[in-house]
Design a protein around this ligand. Structure first.
Ligand SMILES: NC(=O)c1ccc[n+]([C@@H]2O[C@H](COP(=O)([O-])OP(=O)(O)OC[C@H]3O[C@@H](n4cnc5c(N)ncnc54)[C@H](O)[C@@H]3O)[C@@H](O)[C@H]2O)c1
Ligand SMILES: O=C(O)[C@H](O)[C@@H](O)[C@H](O)[C@H](O)COP(=O)(O)O
Length: 299
């Protein structure tokens, strides 16, 4: 079976190799020609435009998008439409907002083009060696490519989650959980860091990975990170985010569902990006106003 893949960055490149290893005939394209050249060196058929990519795909085309979420996905889909026929399938494997995926499904449906939204988890190593995939869209369309998801995922690591949008909805909530779990691990180690004991972080993370309740892939990654830099002195504690946690919180608020851990983990990410805060100044000023409590002055 042939699969077109658009977007050969951290995920798409590895996914293309994963597909190739599983016997698929991959045709790969990216706006970054360096990545196109590099994947070509792996024996994968390349294309320099979506037109060329579509020309190299025969029969019912299956095209996997692995590009940044948002307008880029809309742009790529718009550029593909003139070269697609009815029942061709677009799979969006990126971290798109599920509301966008529902809209794209409906817009493509009107043209007779099939669309699946696929939340892809497991990071770059998962993309290469076996991912976790959660797929929304029409059941017959899913069935047509079910083997692809089975092949690129770990055992029991793929699921048709239901109607269009549900794949990315599931991935969004997964990432909300991810934010909370990471924040919790981080806070535990912060307590260690400030304690009276000389706790070895790497050894402790390793210990936690052997039989403890909190053993997990995230704890293994924690162990891994401390093995490379015992106190993480080489990096700043600035935490970026690509939006999934925010969308989870927004959705929870819309649904009236309390999600305090996820909410606070997002606040901590935003806070980490600020050197100082205006709210901190206001509280310090008010304490000083009502209680004469000391403030720390700027130099
Ligand atoms: N990195 C991860 O661990 C991870 C895991 C799961 C899902 N995702 C999601 O997968 C998607 C891709 O992530 P990534 O980490 O590979 O990003 P990336 O930035 O490494 O790669 C994106 C690629 O898309 C290409 N691209 C951009 N615009 C394009 C266009 N118009 N046409 C063709 N190619 C275009 C870029 O050149 C780049 O190579 C994102 O939605 C991301 O959120 C990432
Ligand atoms: O399941 C996964 O493989 C990860 O969640 C993956 O999707 C990615 O690393 C996130 O995009 C990071 O998300 P933030 O940038 O929001 O932390």
């Amino acid at each position: 079976m042939q699969i077109g893949i658009i977007g050969l960055g951290k995920m798409g490149f590895n996914l293309a190799l994963n597909l190739q290893r599983n016997g698929y005939e991959v045709v790969a394209q990216d706006v970054n020609t360096d990545f196109v050249t590099k994947i070509g060196q792996e024996g994968i058929t390349t294309a320099l435009s979506v037109k060329e990519l579509c020309n190299k795909l025969i029969d019912r085309k299956v095209i996997w998008l692995m590009v940044p979420a948002g307008e880029i996905v809309d742009g790529v889909i718009t550029s593909l439409i003139p070269f697609l026929e009815k029942n061709d399938i677009i799979i969006d494997g990126g971290n798109s907002n599920y509301k966008d995926s529902k809209r794209r499904y409906s817009q493509l449906k009107e043209l007779g083009i099939d669309f699946l939204d696929c939340g892809t988890s497991g990071g770059t190593s998962g993309a290469l060696n076996g991912a976790c995939t959660m797929i929304g869209g029409d059941a017959p369309v899913f069935e047509y490519v079910a083997q692809v998801f089975k092949d690129i995922s770990v055992e029991n690591g793929h699921l048709h989650t239901g109607a269009a949008g549900s794949g990315h909805f599931t991935k969004m909530v997964h990432n909300g959980i991810e934010y909370g779990m990471m924040q919790s691990i981080a806070e535990g180690f912060e307590v260690f860091e400030h304690s009276e004991f000389d706790i070895d972080f790497e050894k402790t993370a390793k210990l936690f990975n052997h039989g403890s309740v909190v053993r997990s892939w995230l704890m293994e990654l924690t162990e891994n990170a401390f093995s490379k830099d015992p106190k993480l002195d080489g990096i700043k504690g600035i935490m970026h985010s690509s939006g999934e946690g925010k969308w989870t919180l927004e959705t929870a608020l819309d649904l009236g569902v309390p999600t305090p851990v996820i909410a606070l983990s997002i606040m901590m990410r935003y806070r980490s990006q600020m050197q100082d805060t205006f709210s901190g100044k206001v509280v310090a000023a008010l304490r000083n106003e009502f209680g004469g409590h000391a403030v720390e002055k700027n130099e």
